[in-house]
Design a protein around this ligand. Structure first.
Ligand SMILES: O=C(O)CCC(=O)C(=O)O
Ligand SMILES: [Fe+2]
Length: 283
């Protein structure tokens, strides 16, 4: 098993391993590399859906995504990315084609139990384009001025799926009006105990306790600290890649730039923290 750092701070790649056959000691090395570098790539896998779920469940509790229309028909825990990209009239479905490409974000902040991780498995990859970009929430926090760190130290943000723009195209109508979830903006990671900026400009509605104007100004200011040059990694996909990112301390976005007539298909799972980690996060 070969473990290699990809970016300056985040992004680590593991090769020479069959994820169907790893033992606990090998998994512990993989898991630590992921905690240390936010985004973990394992190359060259040939997995069935069941294999992918078994491996994913080593990281936490796999949970169905609220977008019901993009769930796998037989496996609700699996979301299909890039499937049914064209409508019946032949027009490109932008919500599916550009999913994840509208801006830097963290997955699941709208949930009272937000996603610990998201994991993708590459099934079909276009010849050009279609990368996924990542950035470190630790680097964002470290770049913030002390004034902002102090102001937000205990602040809660209110998050919904569609945020201030109410972009809810992938949700069924009955799932569009859920109440906001409240989360600490300065987040101490349950496992690494490092502080990160837990933030998503597309999902945040307001910062609790701030006047509307101050809240909007803070959101705008935080957006400028999110993406730090040294805290980035860009993944160029190959079929058989398994990529997991830590939503507690990372942002990501899809490049959304591949030829629409080519397939770009992934299996995707959303993973919540184990109860013991949730307990640590609360302490
Ligand atoms: O398709 C991608 O590259 C990432 C899409 C995304 O944002 C996600 O799966 O959460
Ligand atoms: Fe995402």
């Amino acid at each position: 098993m070969d473990i290699r750092l990809q970016g300056d701070q985040i992004g680590v790649q593991v090769s020479g391993v069959d994820l169907r056959a790893i033992d606990d000691a090998q998994f512990a090395r993989i898991y630590q590399a992921w905690l240390d570098h936010n985004v973990l790539v394992v190359t060259g896998q040939t997995l069935t859906i069941d294999d992918f779920l078994v491996y994913s469940r080593r990281f936490g509790i796999v949970t169905p995504h609220p977008s019901k229309s993009t769930r796998h028909p037989d496996y609700p825990d699996i979301t299909l990315l890039g499937v049914n990209k064209f409508n019946a009239d032949g027009k490109l479905n932008e919500a599916i084609y550009r999913r994840g490409a509208e801006g830097w974000h963290t997955d699941g902040a709208y949930d009272p139990v937000p996603f610990k991780a998201t994991q993708l498995y590459g099934i079909a990859i276009p010849d050009t384009g279609g990368d996924t970009l990542f950035a470190s929430g630790y680097a964002a926090y470290e770049a913030m001025p002390d004034r902002l760190k102090t102001r937000l130290d205990e602040a809660l943000g209110a998050f919904t799926y569609g945020g201030r723009r109410q972009s809810t195209a992938l949700l069924n109508p009955e799932d569009r009006a859920r109440p906001p979830a409240m989360h600490r903006i300065v987040r101490t990671h349950a496992e690494t105990r490092r502080k990160s900026l837990y933030f998503d400009p597309g999902k945040i509605l307001f910062i609790e306790g701030a006047e509307q104007q101050e809240s909007d100004d803070l959101i705008e200011e935080l957006t400028t600290y999110m993406i730090q040059p040294l805290g980035q990694y860009r993944h160029k996909w190959s079929v058989g890649d398994v990529v997991i990112w830590d939503n507690r301390c990372s942002y990501h976005k899809a490049a959304g730039d591949y030829p629409p007539d080519q397939d770009r298909i992934h299996w995707r799972v959303s993973i919540q923290e184990f109860p013991a980690e949730r307990q640590m996060a609360a302490e």
